[in-house]
Design a protein around this ligand. Structure first.
Ligand code: FES
Ligand code: FES
Length: 172
């Protein structure tokens, strides 16, 4: 841990300074310029390459992570804006070596081809299910519309989401 003083965001830059982020439950300190996106901070500074850079302009969803439990596009979010918040990436989803049920369902339903969009799809799908937006295929498609799949694995992605939805329903 460095002893650098962490300045308020408004007093930083343009040079790199210390930022402290909580990522997947761990406090991480990094040196970033204020202009650095959360996506670049995760991938380039923290070595968490699960979140993908597809478009880097907010149109593909490959970079989807959670900040304080809500989906955000990491390519459009500044790293320094996440100080004091809880960032969760695909690397933080599996617990105790067990795949998250949505991860397991993607494997079971063959919901990917190249896999590039898959981390973002899964981060969105978990929240869609939590929010109760998986009522039917139309609703799933609508609420997953921010996540583009160039391989067009959409039918299998929807099947995976339905599988988790139905399994949860049968446990009630
Ligand atoms: Fe962020 Fe495409 S890389 S939306
Ligand atoms: Fe290839 Fe979605 S699996 S982009």
């Amino acid at each position: 841990m460095s002893t650098d003083v962490v300045l308020p965001v408004t007093e930083r830059g343009p040079e790199a300074g210390t930022a402290v982020l909580t990522v997947n439950g761990q406090v991480r300190e990094l040196q970033v310029e204020p202009r650095v996106s959360l996506l670049d901070a995760l991938r380039e500074h923290l070595g968490l390459t699960g979140s993908k850079k597809g478009c880097d302009q907010g149109t593909c969803g490959a970079c989807t992570v959670w900040v304080d439990g809500r989906r955000v596009l990491a390519c459009l979010t500044l790293a320094v804006a996440c100080e004091g918040r809880e960032v969760t990436t695909i690397e933080g989803l599996a617990a105790a070596g067990e795949l998250h049920p949505v991860q397991a369902a993607f494997v079971e339903h063959d919901a990917f081809q190249c896999g590039y969009c898959t981390p973002g799809q899964i981060m969105s799908a978990v929240k869609l299910l939590e929010e109760g937006h998986a009522g039917d295929d139309g609703e799933i498609a609508e609420w997953m519309s921010g996540n583009i799949c160039r391989c067009a694995a959409y039918p299998n992605i929807r099947a995976a989401i339905r599988g988790v939805r139905d399994a949860a329903g049968s446990e009630r």
